[in-house]
Write a protein that binds this ligand. Structure first.
Ligand code: SF4
Length: 343
């Protein structure tokens, strides 16, 4: 499953030090909890932050003594998966979701407080090195995209680039699936994030610009384009698309909460049935290789994951049968040859 807090931020300096490097805004959480007169709160963190639970528990217990604090261990790969069920079952008055900003087009049925968890530790970016890199490309206009953890750093970078004579603009926060189309007048796009995950998402959505998309990693200081990674991914994806052309029986997997995409599922099933195929609809809170192993049989030809388009690309690309994104299913079913991402 896609990671939102990259493993590369793990150091052996100790968990407490790691956790102190992020702006969890515990004073603000306490203020909101008191103002709302909460008796119980549920806190949800991405995998990479789970080890900060004792740290957060101590910090929050100091300022909201009489409030019961509960931590969710349910999937939290993005704000598409707010733990609504855990919140309701536990009778929590507020879900505090840490690590992401709101997922567009998804309105949870419970009160939620979003804490983006900005990285405030020492970053390894040398802005001058970024300037040198951009100068080698001989370009002028720069778009800077980022994740919830590096929004402030990215704004500083934009200001710095503008003082160096570039035309830089801040394009906001991206997720693995929600990525803007890059405007035509942008020469180079910097994706400030830990690891390649987000830069690859930007490139898949903007394939005609893939050579101009650059990963800038604040943890390692690495600056590099992702074109080769994308080429490798596309080779695998086109092979899976070709392999699915004769498929008869399709299992389409929907998700829950913000990953519930009924109109996409219906559209795919309609196209399958128009071709005389069988579409079996399923729904899952969590999907991995193990679930697919149990689901697979000689009666199934292809799986389509409508919930999260990064699962087929990043996690299940080695599965023995094609596991497609909605965009790829659309390509198979309509004959479209241009790569479609994400849906
Ligand atoms: S659906 Fe999008 S935001 Fe949610 S985990 Fe997948 S890639 Fe991330």
């Amino acid at each position: 499953m896609p990671r939102q807090v990259d493993d590369m931020v793990r150091t052996d300096k100790g968990v407490a030090e790691f956790c102190k490097n992020y702006e969890f805004r515990t004073d603000y959480i306490c203020e909101v909890v008191k103002r709302r007169q909460c008796r119980k709160i549920l806190i949800q963190l991405p995998e990479g932050f789970l080890r900060c639970i004792p740290f957060l528990y101590k910090e929050l217990s100091r300022c909201v003594e009489s409030v019961e604090i509960l931590f969710s261990l349910n999937p939290s790969h993005g704000s598409c998966l707010l733990d609504e069920l855990g919140s309701r079952i536990s009778g929590s008055d507020l879900l505090v979701h840490i690590g992401h900003v709101e997922y567009p087009n998804y309105t949870p049925a419970i009160p939620v407080l979003f804490i983006p968890a900005e990285y405030t530790g020492v970053h390894n970016l040398r802005f001058e090195r970024i300037v040198d890199y951009i100068r080698t490309k001989n370009v002028q206009s720069v778009l800077v995209l980022t994740t919830s953890q590096h929004a402030e750093l990215s704004r500083w970078l934009v200001e710095f680039l503008n003082t160096k004579g570039f035309r830089a603009e801040y394009g906001g926060i991206v997720t693995g699936c929600l990525v803007p189309k890059i405007p035509k007048d942008i020469d180079i796009t910097l994706v400030v994030a830990g690891g390649r995950f987000h830069a690859i998402g930007v490139a898949l959505r903007n394939l005609d610009r893939a050579s101009t998309i650059v990963m800038v990693d604040p943890y390692t200081g690495a600056i590099r384009d992702v074109q080769e990674d994308v080429k490798k991914i596309l080779r695998i994806r086109y092979w899976k698309i070709a392999y699915s052309r004769e498929a008869k029986t399709w299992v389409v997997i929907d998700g829950v909460y913000g990953q519930h995409r009924p109109s996409i599922v219906d559209k795919i099933c309609q196209l399958i049935r128009q071709r005389g195929g069988t579409c079996i609809k399923t729904i899952a809170l969590y999907l991995d290789q193990h679930v697919l192993e149990n689901l697979d049989s000689e009666d199934v030809d292809v799986f389509v994951v409508a919930s999260c388009p990064r699962i087929p690309i990043d996690d299940l690309y080695e599965f023995r049968k094609p596991v497609l994104t909605p965009g790829e299913a659309y390509m198979v079913l309509t004959g479209e040859e241009r790569y479609v991402y994400p849906w």
